[in-house]
Write a protein that binds this ligand. Structure first.
Ligand SMILES: [Zn+2]
Length: 435
C-alpha cells in the first residue's frame, strides 16, 4: 500500500484544510461548495472559507475609515458610502438599472460586456450582460432573465444581485466565472416596468398598442403568453387585448419576446441552463406549462431543482416547492420556459417564482430584497455548477467527494484526518480515507 499524506483535519464536523490549498483539492472544495457545504471548511489558520478558492482580494479602502464594513461586502452595502448607482435595499428604476449595467461594464471591462438584445415597443434598449473570464464563447453558459412581467419587481432585483455578486466579489466567486459563461437579461420588459412604477403598480404586460373594438383601446401583450410552441396552442390562448394575459396577435408579435428568442437561438448551443424569474409563490418550476404531461427527462430537471431548493433552505430556511408548471400552477401556454426547452432545445429551463408580499403579493418589502436575493444566489450556484461537464470531474473523485460530503452533512465524521495517496497530480488516483 502506498504511503499517505494527511491533507486535512476534521474536528467537530469542520474540515480544516491547508493554506494555500494543493491544486488538486480545488476540485473537491469547489464541488463541495456547489453542494452548499462550503461553510464546513476552515483554513488551517482559521481564515474564512471564502479564501479557499479565491484569487487574492483586490486592494480595498482602509477599513478603519469605514467602521463596520467587513471584508467582502460590496462598498454600497455600507451606509456611509455609496459609489454605485444601484441599491439592494430598494427597487431601482429602469434608468438606474440601465446606468448601473453600463457602469459595471466600464469598471470591469475584463469580464463584463453589455450588449443590446433589442428594443422595446417604446424604443428602450433591452440590455444583455455577459460575464466571462475568456474562452471565446466555448464554455457552457447559464442565462438569467428577469422582468418579463412588469409588476414583479423582485425579479429584476435578484438578477441584478447575482450579477453584482459575481462581478464585485470576483475574488470569492472566481470558481463560478472560470468554468461558466454568464448571461443576464435583467429587464426584458422595460416599458412595462416604467409604467408599473409611474402609472399602474399592477401592470403586467408590455406597452404594445392593441385595439379591441372601434371605440375601446387596450394596451399591452403578456410577453409570457407570446412565446409560441405551435399554432394550436397559441390559438387556445387569451385573445382579448384588454385581458392581463392577452397573448398578442401572433406568436412573437412583440419586439421584447423576439429579442429574447433571437438571442437564445444564436447561443443555444452554449446555453445549458435558462432561469426565468417571476413572482410570487416560492416555486422552482420546470416544463411543461402548456400541458399536464411532463417532459421525458423530467426527473433530471426535478433532481436539479430539488438541489437548488435545498440550497435555499440551508441558506435561510425558506421553502421553495418543486414541480412542473402545469402541476403546480395550472396549465398556461406561450411561456418562455416551454419555448426554451421545447423549441430551442435547452434541456434545463426553469421558472422561479420568488416570495410575495404586500396586499397583492407583488410588493415584497424592500427590506427583504437582500435576503431573497441571497437565497437566489445560493440556488443559482447549484444550477451553475451543473453546467460544468461531468468529465471535467473524474468519476472516482466525484464519488469520493459525494461520500465525503454526505458524511459531513450527516455529522458522522469522526475526529481525524483525510489522507491522500501521494499521486495527487492525477485526480483518478486520489484516495480519500477518513479516520
Ligand atoms: Zn410572472
Amino acid at each position: 500500500m502506498q504511503p499517505q499524506k494527511t491533507i486535512a483535519r476534521i474536528v467537530g464536523g469542520k474540515v480544516t484544510v491547508p493554506h494555500p490549498l494543493p491544486p488538486k483539492m480545488l476540485y473537491l472544495v469547489w464541488y463541495v461548495s456547489t453542494l452548499g457545504l462550503s461553510d464546513r471548511f476552515l483554513l488551517s489558520d482559521n481564515r474564512p472559507r471564502e479564501e479557499l478558492i479565491s484569487r487574492p482580494p483586490p486592494r480595498r479602502p482602509n477599513s478603519s475609515l469605514f467602521p463596520g464594513r467587513s471584508e467582502g461586502k460590496s462598498l454600497w452595502e455600507h451606509p456611509f458610502i455609496n459609489t454605485n448607482p444601484i441599491s439592494f435595499t430598494k427597487y431601482n428604476t429602469e434608468l438606474e438599472i440601465s446606468r448601473y449595467l453600463d457602469q459595471l461594464a466600464r469598471s470591469h471591462p475584463e469580464v463584463v460586456t453589455v450588449f443590446p438584445l433589442g428594443r422595446s415597443v417604446e424604443g428602450r434598449v433591452i440590455k444583455g450582460v455577459r460575464v466571462s473570464s475568456g474562452g471565446g464563447g466555448l464554455k457552457p453558459a447559464i442565462l438569467l432573465e428577469g422582468g418579463i412581467h412588469a409588476r414583479e419587481w423582485i425579479s429584476p432585483a435578484v438578477v441584478l444581485y447575482v450579477l453584482d455578486q459575481l462581478v464585485t466579489n470576483r475574488h470569492r466567486n472566481a470558481h463560478l466565472i472560470n468554468a461558466t459563461d454568464w448571461y443576464f437579461v435583467p429587464l426584458l420588459n422595460p416599458d412595462g416596468y416604467v409604467y408599473s412604477m409611474s402609472r399602474d403598480r399592477m401592470w403586467r404586460k408590455n406597452r404594445a398598442k392593441t385595439w379591441r373594438h372601434q371605440n375601446t383601446v387596450c394596451s399591452g401583450v403578456d410577453l409570457n403568453r407570446n412565446f409560441g410552441l405551435d399554432h394550436a396552442q397559441f390559438a387556445a390562448l387569451n385573445y382579448d387585448p384588454c385581458s392581463g394575459i392577452y397573448r398578442g396577435p401572433a406568436p412573437f408579435s412583440e419586439p421584447e419576446s423576439r429579442a429574447l428568442r433571437d438571442f437564445i437561438m444564436a447561443n443555444r448551443m452554449q446555453i445549458k441552463i435558462y432561469l426565468s424569474f417571476h413572482s410570487f409563490g416560492n416555486y422552482i418550476l420546470y416544463p411543461w406549462g402548456h400541458q399536464g404531461a411532463k417532459p421525458f427527462d423530467w426527473q433530471s430537471l426535478e433532481r436539479l431543482a430539488m438541489k437548488a431548493s435545498e440550497a435555499i433552505s440551508r441558506n435561510s430556511g425558506a421553502k421553495y416547492r418543486v414541480g412542473s408548471s402545469s402541476a403546480m400552477l395550472g396549465a398556461a401556454a406561450g411561456g418562455s420556459t416551454d419555448w426554451v426547452k421545447g423549441y430551442a432545445g435547452i434541456q434545463y429551463a426553469y421558472t422561479i417564482e420568488l416570495p410575495g408580499g404586500g396586499k397583492w403579493g407583488f410588493d415584497l418589502p424592500e427590506k427583504d430584497i437582500m435576503s431573497v436575493s441571497s437565497d437566489v444566489f445560493e440556488a443559482v450556484k447549484v444550477f451553475a455548477s451543473f453546467t460544468v461537464p461531468e468529465s471535467s470531474l473524474s468519476r472516482s473523485l466525484k464519488n469520493a467527494t459525494q461520500l465525503f460530503s454526505r458524511r459531513i452533512q450527516t455529522q458522522k465524521l469522526p475526529i481525524g484526518s483525510i489522507r491522500l495517496s501521494p499521486k495527487m497530480d492525477n485526480p483518478k488516483k486520489v484516495i480519500w480515507r477518513l479516520g
